[in-house]
Design a protein around this ligand. Structure first.
Ligand SMILES: [Zn+2]
Length: 662
């Protein structure tokens, strides 16, 4: 196994306090996340491969087979739009899609982390074969795109705006880094390094190079990963170039459209806000457009800000963060209410039953939040990462790892269920790879500090100040907030341990080797800092009260006024028909009702449920009238809420997050 240390790209101006994630193989998770990772390793990873094969994706990438070909959608108004849509919006005859390389990239990434978790020679052989196909497909100059080599040859680099060319490269790069880290095999890493070299020879500020960037961000954060694992500065420089260049005038997408004989104004999505190229990134102050694209861009920006110590990027990111957090975020950590642009609409527009809140968007928010932590521990980002992790993202995967949500609404009348696959299958491998790599979100490692961002039963191994250190967390988080941490350096070593104190926690206590610490004095930005010479057997005990909370929305959110959501610790709750009967809109929860928490080890894989006495509007004595001058009678009812992430894992039925108050 290769467990390479995260390396700074040589030559970059590295800020003193850059915190980089630990590679996945350096953190073994148990408990809550252990169960989730096991489900991905046992089921999801194999399912992703099988579904990709069923969708005929192998035929597109295998140079030894005939090309499956492209059928232009018959209803398409123009070739440019057909190009924009790929073969996506077509009838039954069309099989190919321009972003399939990305699905392979994410499938390889999920498989890589799963193979690290659990040996699976059969799956490993299949993935090796896919990698061999990409090796064979790669052109002598390093270029690699199954779409432009096999489906639309001769058109490479002609439509970065719509055709996901660099996006696909990015996902294959992420897959390559993961496969190398988890299995030690570097064939795909070498393939993708050659492709990245090719891209660097075609894009950049130098005369004669293209001044473009991808319409769907992703290559930026992928190049940062590649730079960190290979130590190659030019990949970092290229990531920075793509970010710096975005939205500059003359606008690359205008010029590119004209060059292929198209009218730039005939853009399907009308505005470059859709892909966040409406302004240079440092001038952006509102989170707009396609939600996943925005999250990937901001993730790349945060990485570059971390690596270069770039405060101008950081300032822009903080502005964008504030905008998202205060105007456009679902309480579940879901984002992007609209299916139309798969993204953002107007401030406070957060419909519950029609919420798009794509799984990928919440996963993207986890990516962004985790990368903001590269610039130093701050619970404002870590709390959000945790919120999106435990709620709006993992809701997208069934408990057994076999079924998926694309949209994650906060209310269902009973018709919303998980599916096996999707014609645009971006979400399954995205949630798969995020869960399988969860260990890398737990910690941030700096030169003389380790930040603990997430709690969970686990063991981490890392090197600090030249010493190998193991760190064992023992806990039953998120169900219980008592966390014991044993620090085990091979020899005494001094460093700072930063421990996150979540903002939702009303009462916390911290002991080091049995001695109580003044938490307030030790805490800044929501992290308690303990600097000492750590010795074998040192023990930290953190006690976080798992507070239950009622949450209320800003009164400008018209869909949530007069409603309340329930939370406990990092988890958001919902009520389901299977526990509470139908007509969930008729239930109300009085402000004064006492909330109780119950451990239920046999429910939904073992969860804590919440209960309260509420009321329910009766329909029995109402009769046939549609309207009456008197309100309906009510009856007392005991309501039971389960964690939102676990909904739709039992009998199908209604679901509701925001309960009526009263
Ligand atoms: Zn998706």
């Amino acid at each position: 196994m290769t467990a390479s240390q995260p390396a700074a790209a040589t030559g970059t101006a590295k800020p003193k306090l850059a915190f980089r994630p630990l590679p996945v193989p350096q953190v073994d998770v148990r408990g809550f996340w252990g169960d989730r990772v096991d489900a991905v390793a046992a089921k999801t990873a194999g399912i992703l491969y099988d579904r990709c094969v069923e969708a005929r994706m192998l035929e597109q990438i295998d140079p030894d087979r005939p090309s499956p070909g492209l059928v232009i959608p018959f209803h398409s108004p123009s070739p440019d739009e057909a190009n924009a849509q790929g073969a996506e919006f077509t009838g039954s005859t069309v099989t190919t899609q321009m972003f399939w390389d990305s699905d392979w990239g994410k499938t390889i990434e999920t498989a890589a982390y799963s193979l690290y978790r659990r040996r699976n020679p059969d799956l490993e052989k299949k993935i090796d074969a896919v990698i061999d196909m990409y090796g064979k497909l790669q052109q002598p100059d390093g270029y690699l795109s199954s779409w432009y080599q096999r489906i639309q040859p001769g058109l490479r680099w002609t439509n970065l705006r719509d055709c996901h060319e660099l996006y696909c490269a990015g996902h294959l790069i992420e897959g390559a880094v993961a496969y190398y880290q988890a299995t030690g095999k570097r064939k795909l890493l070498d393939i993708m390094s050659r492709y990245a070299d090719h891209i660097a020879s075609r894009f950049g500020p130098e005369p004669g190079k293209r001044k473009g960037y991808c319409g769907h961000e992703e290559i930026e954060l992928a190049l940062v990963k590649l730079a960190r694992v290979t130590g190659e500065k030019k990949y970092m420089e290229l990531a920075k170039y793509f970010i710096d260049q975005r939205g500059q005038q003359p606008h690359y997408f205008d010029e590119e459209a004209r060059a292929r004989g198209a009218d730039p104004k005939a853009y399907h999505f009308k505005t470059y806000e859709y892909n966040q190229s409406h302004k240079p990134v440092r001038e952006q102050d509102k989170v707009v457009g396609h939600a996943v694209r925005a999250m990937y861009l901001f993730s790349g920006m945060a990485d570059v800000a971390t690596e270069y110590g770039d405060d101008s990027l950081r300032t822009a990111l903080d502005r964008l963060w504030d905008d998202l957090m205060t105007k456009s975020l679902y309480v579940t950590g879901g984002i992007g209410p609209s299916a139309h642009n798969e993204g953002f609409t107007s401030d406070y527009d957060l419909p519950n039953d029609t919420a798009y809140a794509e799984t990928c968007a919440s996963v993207g928010l986890v990516f962004w939040a985790s990368r903001m932590l590269g610039m130093g521990p701050n619970t404002r980002y870590a709390d959000m990462m945790e919120r999106a992790l435990y709620n709006g993202s993992i809701s997208g995967l069934s408990l057994d790892g076999s079924l998926f949500f694309y949209e994650n609404p906060l209310e269902s009348r009973g018709g919303h269920h998980r599916w096996k696959w999707h014609r645009c299958p971006c979400c399954p491998p995205n949630i798969g790879r995020m869960v399988a790599s969860i260990g890398s979100y737990f910690y941030g490692l700096a030169d003389d500090a380790l930040a603990v961002h997430l709690y969970g039963d686990s063991t981490a191994r890392f090197e600090i100040a030249g010493r190998q250190v193991s760190l064992v967390q023992t806990c039953n988080y998120p169900w219980d907030g008592a966390v014991a941490i044993e620090v085990g350096p091979e020899a005494p070593v001094e460093f700072t341990l930063h421990l996150r104190i979540p903002a939702w926690c009303r009462k916390a206590a911290l002991k080091v080797n049995g001695k109580m610490l003044d938490l307030e004095a030790a805490t800044s930005d929501g992290y308690a800092a303990i600097r000492r010479e750590w010795r074998q057997g040192d023990r930290v005990e953190l006690d976080l009260e798992m507070s239950m909370a009622r949450l209320f929305a800003n009164p400008n959110v018209r869909q949530d006024i007069g409603r309340v959501a329930l939370a406990r610790g990092p988890l958001l709750y919902c009520v389901e028909e299977t526990d509470n009967g139908g007509g969930l809109h008729r239930i109300a929860l009085p402000r004064t009702a006492r909330l109780e928490a119950h451990k239920e080890p046999n429910l939904l894989g073992g969860v804590v449920t919440l209960s309260a006495i509420g009321s329910r509007a009766e329909t029995e004595n109402w009769g046939a009238d549609l309207y009456r001058p008197e309100p309906p009678a009510t009856e007392e009812t005991k309501l039971k809420a389960v964690p939102y992430f676990a909904w739709d894992n039992r009998d199908p039925g209604e679901m509701l997050v925001w309960l009526r108050e009263g």
